[in-house]
Write a protein that binds this ligand. Sequence first.
Ligand code: NAD
Ligand code: WQD
Length: 339
Amino acid sequence: MYKNILVTGGTGYIGSHTVVELITAGYTPIIVDNLSNSKADVVDRIEKITGVRPAFYPYDINDAESLRKVFSSHKIDSVIHFAGLKAVGESVALPLKYYRNNITGTVTLIEVMKEYQVKSLVFSSSATVYGDPEVVPITEEAKVGGCTNPYGKTKYFIEEILKDVYVSDNSFDIALLRYFNPVGAHESGLIGENPNGIPNNLMPYITQVAIGKRPHLNVFGNDYDTHDGTGVRDYIHVVDLAKGHICALKKLEKEANGVFIYNLGTGKGYSVLDMVKAFSKVLGRPLPYQIAPRRAGDIATCYADPTLAEKELGFKAVYDLEKMCADSWHFQQCLKDEE
Ligand code: NAD
Ligand code: WQD
């Protein structure tokens, strides 16, 4: 049985929710995060939610010497690897920063894991590896690699690197989890997504419009081939997503050796206007929006076939769009109260 789980990127959005679920499930998470996109007080908040304070190291995964200190101090059973940069636009402007941080960082992490004979890994991949899908819902068998930006390519390249690592050493247990669109927040309002600057993603932009920080939402295109012309995505509550990691760990615990690939989504596709409608209902008033031109690089439709994760991991997302909106909104209001 696994006990000590190293969580890289554990103070980030998905990482922090996963640390909460790990503690709830009886594991001992150990966080490594260089705080490039999160704050150290997340550790206090995790303690507030769970009553347990996880070990935290403010280290960079590119720094092998620092990683060795962590592996020497804790007998790590498995690693959940969230650490990475994720801003699509920035990755186009600064590709080398993304290749260095995400790819070299992962290679360094695996090298140190091998030194300490730790061969169990859950990796944060993304639906972005599918590029513009030929068919929806997307199964794990769909073609990968058609990514249009360096961020997406780092996810694809890392998947390939991890497959090669397994070929070279069959004692590895690796889960590649392809997330669809995570939204929502912990219902305590203590942890959630709080991006710096103007949000790129739909949900944080919507909550900032709702709180009055921005005048209206720009809906990027209403001429896609979808039910209302706006882009369709598979939004998944971050708490559901976090629980998916526990399911993946349990799979690796019992079924040793292999590279296992799963979509983590709900299987439902909602458009931008569906989201505006659901959020307006939670808000109790219409969310202001304007139709704007398409955003470069966007695709019309992307949603998961979640069957394999349900069959092999026993994972099924349970929270609906209204709960995703309600928890995102609650988190935004809690942020405002703290200001
Ligand atoms: P996030 O930015 O909130 O969390 C990532 C964390 O990693 C941050 O706390 C950051 O400080 C840390 N980090 C970055 N580089 C590091 C390094 N070199 N060393 C140590 N720590 C480092 O992002 P998130 O939304 O929680 O995403 C987590 C993972 O899931 C990322 O790998 C991301 O690419 C992937 N993912 C995210 C989404 C999404 O829409 N949020 C979708 C699919 C995949
Ligand atoms: C969702 C929909 C937009 C903002 C991105 C990354 C992807 C993944 C998740 C990590 C689209 C529309 C958005 C706005 C809008 N990350 N939109 N107005 O583009 O599906 O995926 O985040 O792996 O790699 O590309 O998510 O939230 O940006 O957009 O109309 O202000 O909302 O056009 O249809 P996306 P998103």
